[in-house]
Design a protein around this ligand. Sequence first.
Ligand SMILES: NC(=O)c1ccc[n+]([C@@H]2O[C@H](COP(=O)([O-])OP(=O)(O)OC[C@H]3O[C@@H](n4cnc5c(N)ncnc54)[C@H](OP(=O)(O)O)[C@@H]3O)[C@@H](O)[C@H]2O)c1
Length: 281
Amino acid sequence: MVTGNNARPEFCRRKMPGMNAGTRNIQELAFMKAEESFRGKNALITGASQGLGAVIARIFAAEGCNVYINCAHGVEKAEAVAGDIRKRGGSAQLFQCDITDERQVSERFATLKPIDILINNARLNPYHRRPGDTESGWFAKMLAVNLIGPYLTILAAIEGMKARRWGRIVNISSIQGHVPVPRIMMPYGASKAGLNELTRCFAVEAAAYNVTVNTVSPGMIITENVGNNLTTAELEEKIKKIPLQRGADPEEIARTVLYTAKSSYMTGETVNVNGGLWLTP
Ligand SMILES: NC(=O)c1ccc[n+]([C@@H]2O[C@H](COP(=O)([O-])OP(=O)(O)OC[C@H]3O[C@@H](n4cnc5c(N)ncnc54)[C@H](OP(=O)(O)O)[C@@H]3O)[C@@H](O)[C@H]2O)c1
């Protein structure tokens, strides 16, 4: 009679690079943990000049990644984030690239070291509509940054990941892409709903190559700019609806992004991290 690992069908025993199927002792598990280390990996975080992106960059740098700090406009802020990481002993470089510009994305990505980890975090702030923006113009701008941009960055990074048989992509969505939202938020919500779909499509496309693609979908995050978007009264009103009774610290979300990227067997998923907000009416 065949026993142990050999009793299992071949598709159960199929090995991913560097991994053993079957039961492991504690030393083997510790070794696996070391294998999943992000030390030396190249991680690109879009929209990392401020807010959540800057915190994600710091957390991935602390894990030993070489991080690319992307932005399109706020180069000085992005350079300050990179400089701060370097000052603390990490490895970080500014990567200026407008993710909505297909030519820039293809030309400038080609100048980087191979990207192992891509975090699509950049967004157009839904509160930044200008008085002159038409309905269709505003919607198009929203889709360009929040949906077409991530599509282009994934296209630029994913073939290399597939060829190297390792990659992690995390798209940062929003609770507003999962629930009905007021008129003012519809273009933003629709762009994030589209991003959720991109996650699922690329997850299936890349799974056979050991490349995972997931979404992290936050609720309210208390970034340094929250006060520019909402008054104190508006903020308090929104917080009242959150079961955990507070907005998230950016580090809490950034750690969820890290956990998601480190999860080698999760792909195509949405990790909702919203303090229970979407459980309430
Ligand atoms: N804040 C929240 O409460 C909240 C809640 C749920 C989900 N989220 C999601 O979390 C992520 C981060 O949010 P946040 O509040 O930290 O964002 P944010 O403060 O508005 O920062 C957006 C970042 O995107 C960059 N960016 C904008 N257009 C770009 C372009 N064309 N190319 C490259 N970079 C571009 C900006 O830099 P430049 O303009 O200098 O290029 C900036 O670094 C977003 O995906 C957002 O949807 C946020």
